[in-house]
Write a protein of this length. Structure first.
Length: 324
């Protein structure tokens, strides 16, 4: 039996303590059906030296950068906004080389929050879509114009390279990785143990500081909750807008402001999540899953899962079906 997936968490000077602790805890909490750890998480620093956190205490690691040469996944924790990598895109050569070597040999590389600056400084994000904390988006773009930055999302999965927004979104990214590696049931159990949401709808845009809306402004949250109970019914934007008692134009604008995506894209995403849940946890036929999730036919479900996840419903079920 293969051992646990090896994760190396890279901590640099001025590492954000919450980020370092929360992400390692999420992976530590992941267990298999026999209670075995699914991940082994270790923290490393350049030279194995102690690093100062942004919370004014010191972290002493057990490993140096050599850990990056053997890890299955490398996770770069976020750093404080006064770090040279944020202010000038400056990164120590040995760190750059270690990250590039890890990526070149096929390790999965992740960053949380401003850790994206580290990956970009190492040249790992050029030509790719990525995200970071919305408050640092302008600085990121000025330093790394070759990166397709999307500051409206909670995380971006580019396959071998993954980035997340502000520190809380690092938890979302870690749960996403567990979900992709071991299925929704495993990720949901970790979320329950850590008392965090297994999936947060919407994007980072709902947390961006904006001018206070007019007193007549209303939220689309109630309509979203209503729609989640009716994913098997027609949920065109006109239906949702009518439920919210808004014009389609006003509803669509407010919906995007709150979730970071259009109503149609949000409904499609939620239907995919419902289909994944049903495939993993029920004996429903593929046709029945398609109807319950709102896709109508197995053909439509197959097309959507293939486009979104790269696999058919049958393959997904065979891979992620919970044994418990």
């Amino acid at each position: 039996m293969a051992g646990p997936h090896e994760i190396a968490v890279l901590a640099l000077d001025e590492v954000v303590a919450f980020d370092l602790g929360a992400t390692t805890q999420i992976f530590h909490a992941a267990r298999g059906h026999g209670g075995e750890r699914l991940y082994r998480v270790r923290i490393c620093t350049p030279g194995g030296r102690p690093v100062r956190t942004s919370s004014q205490f010191t972290v002493t690691p057990d490993d140096g950068l050599e850990l990056l040469a053997e890890a299955d996944t490398v996770l770069v924790a976020s750093v404080h906004y006064e770090s040279p990598v944020l202010t000038a895109g400056k990164l120590d050569d040995t760190v750059q080389e270690a990250l590039r070597a890890a990526a070149d040999r096929g390790a999965r590389v992740m960053s949380t929050c401003t850790g994206a600056f580290v990956l970009a400084s190492a040249g790992l994000l050029d030509g790719l879509r990525a995200t970071t904390h919305w408050a640092h988006a302008d600085q990121f773009r000025s330093l790394f114009p070759d990166v397709d930055l999307d500051p409206d999302v909670l995380f971006v999965d580019e396959g071998a390279i993954l980035t997340s927004a502000g520190v809380g979104a690092g938890i979302d990214l870690c749960l996403h990785v567990i979900r992709e590696d071991h299925g929704s049931a495993a990720a949901t159990m970790v979320a329950r143990l850590c008392v965090v949401p297994p999936w947060r709808p919407g994007g980072q845009s709902q947390y961006i500081v904006r001018p206070v809306p007019e007193a007549t402004d209303t939220s689309t949250a109630a309509v979203r909750a209503w729609a989640l109970e009716r994913l098997d019914e027609p949920l065109e934007v006109g239906v949702l807008a009518a439920r919210a008692r808004m014009s389609i134009r006003t509803f669509s604008r407010r919906f995007r402001d709150e979730t970071g995506m259009s109503p149609a894209k949000w409904v499609s995403k939620e239907r995919v999540e419902q289909a994944r849940h049903l495939l993993e946890t029920t004996d429903l036929t593929i046709e029945q899953v398609a109807r319950h999730a709102g896709f109508g036919t197995s053909t439509a479900l197959r097309q959507q899962l293939s486009a979104t996840l790269g696999v058919t419903p049958t393959t997904y079920r065979a891979t992620f079906r919970s044994a418990g």
